[in-house]
Write a protein that binds this ligand. Structure first.
Ligand SMILES: Cc1cc2nc3c(=O)[nH]c(=O)nc-3n(C[C@H](O)[C@H](O)[C@H](O)COP(=O)(O)O)c2cc1C
Length: 154
């Protein structure tokens, strides 16, 4: 089954994997999860693996399914595209808390302390414990490709 998880529901998309239908994805966009939060300081390993992330404090009130999502992130009056992981990053040092980490496409500035809103557009996959950092890097590279594909249709 190919589907997109959003707001606790699964929308089955009758199409090939990663070949999302325009109107379906934009319809989902109007009703998906928005997470507001302040960007906090992470361990900054993301920079060393080539995918810097903004870590957003995830309030316990948000019950978001762990996994990798295509997202839009708003701050300073801008809306940018990216890809996010919700989870405990078990491949590196497993965190006790669930984290929301957003890699923003073509963006390298530090936005520490900024108030943001992250909109989860579509779930791409589950979070996984990879055997190596290289496998993790390859997976994130593919996540970026899938997310860009989804987001250009929104
Ligand atoms: C798109 C994306 C997908 C990710 N997927 C996973 C994953 O499946 N498993 C995992 O352990 N970590 C995953 N991560 C988390 C990375 O391990 C984490 O961002 C990296 O280690 C840097 O963390 P730090 O900046 O808190 O040090 C993902 C991160 C991103 C941005």
């Amino acid at each position: 089954m190919h589907g997109v998880f959003i707001s606790g529901a699964i929308f089955v998309i009758p199409a090939r994997k990663n070949n999302y239908h325009n109107s379906t994805i934009c319809y989902i966009f109007n009703m998906n999860i928005k997470i507001s939060g302040i960007v906090t300081d992470g361990a900054k390993r993301g920079r060393t693996i080539g995918f810097p992330t903004a870590n957003i404090a995830l309030d316990a009130a948000y019950k978001v399914e762990n996994g990798v999502y295509a997202v839009k992130i708003k701050f300073d009056g801008m809306t940018l595209d990216g890809v996010a992981n919700v989870g405990t990053h078990p491949t590196v040092e497993e965190s006790r808390l669930t984290l929301l980490e957003v890699h923003i496409f073509e963006f390298t500035s530090d936005i520490y302390g900024k108030k943001t809103e992250v909109i989860l557009i579509a779930k791409i996959r589950d979070e996984k414990r990879f055997k190596s950092i290289d496998e993790l890097k390859a997976a994130i590279q593919n996540d970026c490709k899938v997310a860009r594909d989804i987001l250009t249709k929104c």
